[in-house]
Write a protein that binds this ligand. Structure first.
Ligand code: PMV
Length: 362
């Protein structure tokens, strides 16, 4: 598939006049990280993530035909019941990017009503779940205009559109593991959209658990948009992109053969590699907090003491994702409660697990 294949053509938009669609779309957590891109949202290296279950966005998109045709976008954003003028510029930017693929967006007045299952200022990025939910609603309108589109095309184009809103959103349409970015040994992988990990997954990774420890809920000092840009001219960028490609290859094998200790090693190394890119860019920055490091030390100690397969990963922030196989759930939950939540802001954490992707709500 190329970009051209996603352009909607020759559709009669006299119908429908109005309607609404609601989608629930999850967040995801990358195991091999995406950091660095070129225009338009093309990743510098492939990434792979677990789709989450409990951390999600629910978005309703109401649409009605404009009374008088106008080229400007007409959109209102309501977040958790409140009109949000400050969310609009991001949506308008997204609309500009996707208009060529879904030209009908200039023909409707839109109201976007959206809410997250996780606290807004939790430090959990809502861009993946938010942009994928919106892209799916737009695809539902496309399907209304063109009912013959196949499910596979629907999902691919939803991921393609979501990617133009936020790169990692491309990985939030399906589950449980999604690859985004071309890799020579992942069949059908693409820079344009996410694909389900195409090989059989070992049972060790079924229902994998992710408990998110909310270490710091404040605004990030450096946005991921700025972070991605700092990979241009980064002294270690080329080596990092090679490493990520190699790690995709290794992880693909691990996911099939069930080697948990290799998984632990690779996933933690990826998290620290991501943060080391931040620390070695110019300007340099650190998103981890002292408590992030305390949690990491505790996890390492616990793993040494108990031979557990627990490990951590990090997003572009201070929160820690604690990953572990389902069979260890009880023991690790007690460990988290007894020893880790003291390092969380207001003792807050979210229990999640690998999920199966977005769902349309009636
Ligand atoms: O989707 P963005 O532009 O917010 O970038 C996300 C980057 C990381 O979360 C740090 C890594 C990833 O692959 O999700």
């Amino acid at each position: 598939m190329t970009e051209k294949d996603f352009i909607l053509k020759n559709i009669d938009t006299t119908n429908p006049e109005k309607g609404s669609f609601t989608w629930k779309s999850p967040s995801n957590i990358a195991l091999v990280k995406y950091w660095g891109k070129s225009e338009p949202q093309i990743p510098k290296n492939p990434s792979i993530s677990f789709t989450l279950n409990n951390c999600h966005t629910i978005t309703t998109l109401e649409y009605s035909k404009k009374n008088t045709p106008a080229k400007e976008y007409s959109v209102e954003v309501i977040f958790e019941g409140e009109v949000k003028e400050d969310f609009k510029p991001k949506i308008i930017k997204f609309f500009k990017r996707v208009e060529i693929y879904i030209p009908f967006i200039t023909e409707f007045d839109f109201v976007i009503k959206t809410e997250n299952s996780f606290p807004h200022s939790s430090g959990i990025a809502s861009s993946a779940s938010g942009m994928s939910a919106l892209a799916l609603c737009l695809m539902s309108i496309e399907k209304e205009l063109n009912p013959t589109i196949a499910e596979n095309y629907f999902n691919q184009k939803a991921s393609f559109l979501a990617r133009l809103g936020s790169g990692s959103a491309a990985r939030s349409i399906e589950g449980e593991l999604v690859v985004w970015g071309e890799h020579k040994n992942i069949s059908n992988s693409s820079n344009l959209y996410g694909v389900k990990f195409p090989y059989p997954i070992h049972k060790n990774f079924e229902n994998y658990q992710d408990t998110i420890l909310l270490v710091d809920k404040g605004e990030k000092q450096v946005s991921s948009t700025v972070g991605h840009k700092l990979m241009i001219d980064h002294p270690f960028a080329e080596q990092r992109f090679i490493q990520a490609n190699e790690n995709i290859e290794k992880l693909s094998k691990i996911l099939q053969n069930g080697d948990l200790s290799a998984f632990v090693n690779l996933v933690e190394s990826e998290a620290l590699s991501l943060h080391s890119m931040m620390m070695t860019s110019n300007p340099y920055f650190i998103l981890m907090k002292p408590n992030t490091l305390k949690i990491i030390e505790k996890i390492w100690e616990y793993r040494k003491k108990t031979a557990s397969d627990i490990c951590f990963t990090l997003d572009a922030g201070a929160n820690v994702h604690v990953l572990f196989p389902k069979r260890e759930k009880e023991k690790i939950n007690s460990f988290i409660k007894n020893e880790l939540i003291v390092f969380c802001q207001n003792n807050q954490y979210i229990c999640d697990d690998a999920g199966f992707g977005a769902m349309k709500l009636e």
